[in-house]
Design a protein around this ligand. Structure first.
Ligand SMILES: Cc1ncc(COP(=O)(O)O)c(C=O)c1O
Length: 442
């Protein structure tokens, strides 16, 4: 145990991300350490981690295997330039990732976050079409209520009003959006995938008719949208999107930043849904969040088209100082080994039923207007207080924290995404505490 202070002495300097800074600083919620399924406050109060941090600590907290791999690597090679130089672990890490991505998606580009992975994927899509002589394909298609991080590309392709409005002046041109698939009137309280709504994918035909397929480079969607309130794809929707992209020569990008690494009961959502995109973006669970890292897996055809089609010299003008950072690579390899050794995707699949039952046990509680779930993800949507959106959910979140459970809010939805090592008593406790908090906020 190190002796770093667990309480700050001043809250002023830190401008917190995606946080109501003023409210937080009047009543800070501080986490001082973590182990397994639990966070602990500075006073030692245990908090069940109902969110795997931010959908990322999939193997649970404080995994010794990962920490030791990072420590060993820090001593062996702290850093190597990522441009024009290599180090063995980056190649090994890429190989390990390729060994679990869907067949054919086995060329790996390293980034440091989900946002960087998403922007990287969009740039690769543009570079690919240009390299194959289709430079008119510059249009990027996202989906309403999609979240693809905070870079200018991901923000523009993403479909969250609040994230875009503040920076509206700099939203990318040549971007369009499919409709979201959220249809509470038809699908409220569905367990798993809704039966209704595959036709939402057909809107892509409308964009093709409007702009011409020869102007569209890529469609980017999350297989299951998380940050916009847990939106599970209707049955047949992703399949239809795949069909239409193939028909029109458009690349399909799955943003698997939260659905990757076991969260939906398989290594990737692509596998679980049996729909293989051309590009997968990932981050978060890749290193169990112990070191920041993201990655983009692309098809061999994309890699070869861009790399072999280029004149001598650098083929893709893109990369980060910390692409394939040695400590991140060590963490990624150790994490993937741990996932395999403990069959964490299998564990998630086994716990999906009990987790679903726990989530849907909240049906009928005051203000609960929908419950959605898939894999180890659940969203409990609350009716907002009249004229005060997000306030009810924020109260529930605060009450849960006081009662020892960490949940997340996205708008008026309580989102849950626990570590994949969750067991029945944790599930019982999470939904018990959440139920009390929902009643208290009635
Ligand atoms: C689907 C998705 N894409 C991208 C991101 C952005 O990842 P990061 O915060 O690591 O940049 C997130 C983060 O929650 C996400 O959920």
């Amino acid at each position: 145990m190190n002796d770093a202070p667990t309480l700050p002495n001043d809250l002023d300097a830190y401008w917190m991300p995606f946080t109501a800074n003023r409210a937080f600083k009047t009543g800070p919620r501080m986490l001082a350490r973590a182990s397994g399924m639990f966070y602990y406050t500075a006073e030692g109060r245990p908090i069940i981690d109902g969110t795997a941090g931010l959908w990322c600590v999939n193997a649970g907290h404080g995994r010794r295997e990962i920490a030791e791999a990072i420590q060993a690597q820090a001593v062996q090679l702290d850093y190597a330039p990522s441009f024009q130089m290599g180090h063995p672990l980056a190649f090994r890490a890429a190989g390990r990732i390729a060994s679990i991505t869907p067949p054919g998606l086995d060329r790996i580009f390293f980034t440091n976050s989900g946002s960087e992975s998403d922007d990287t994927a969009l740039k690769i899509a543009l570079a690919y079409h240009r390299a194959r002589g289709q430079a008119t394909r510059i249009r990027l298609v996202g989906r309403e209520r999609g979240y693809h991080g905070v870079g200018f590309g991901g923000m523009s392709v993403g479909g969250i009003g609040g994230n875009r409005r503040q920076f509206g002046a700099a939203i990318l041109p040549h971007v369009d959006h499919l409709p979201h698939t959220h249809a509470p009137g038809r699908n409220a309280f569905t367990r798993g995938q809704p039966d209704w709504g595959a036709h939402y994918a057909d809107a892509l035909e409308g964009l093709v008719a409007l702009h011409g397929a020869d102007t569209i480079a890529a469609v980017m969607v999350e297989p299951v949208a998380g940050s916009t309130g847990v939106l599970v794809p209707p049955r047949g929707y992703l399949e239809r999107l795949r069909e239409l992209c193939t028909k029109h020569g458009i690349l399909l990008i799955f943003d698997e930043v939260i659905t990757g690494f076991g969260r939906v009961g398989r290594n990737f959502g692509a596998e679980r849904f049996d729909v293989i995109p051309d590009i997968i973006t990932m981050a978060k669970g890749l290193t169990n969040a112990a070191v920041p890292m993201g990655a983009v897996a692309v098809s061999d055809e994309i890699y070869r088209t861009v790399v072999e089609g280029a004149p001598e010299g650098i083929e893709l003008f893109h990369g980060y100082t910390y692409s394939g950072h040695p400590l991140a690579c060590a963490a990624a390899i150790a994490t993937i080994d741990l996932h395999a050794a403990e069959d964490l995707p299998g564990r998630a699949a086994a716990m999906e039923g009990p987790f679903e039952a726990g989530a849907h046990s909240l049906r009928g509680m005051p203000g609960v207007i929908d419950i959605r779930n898939f894999g180890l993800i659940a969203g409990i949507e609350l009716e907002p207080y009249p004229g005060r959106p997000t306030v009810r959910a924020a109260r529930v979140m605060q009450r849960c924290f006081e009662d020892g459970v960490l949940v997340r809010t996205t708008g008026d939805t309580i989102a849950l995404s626990p570590p994949l090592i969750i067991e029945q008593p944790h599930i019982d406790r999470i939904f018990d505490v959440l139920g009390h908090a929902i009643r208290a906020a009635a």
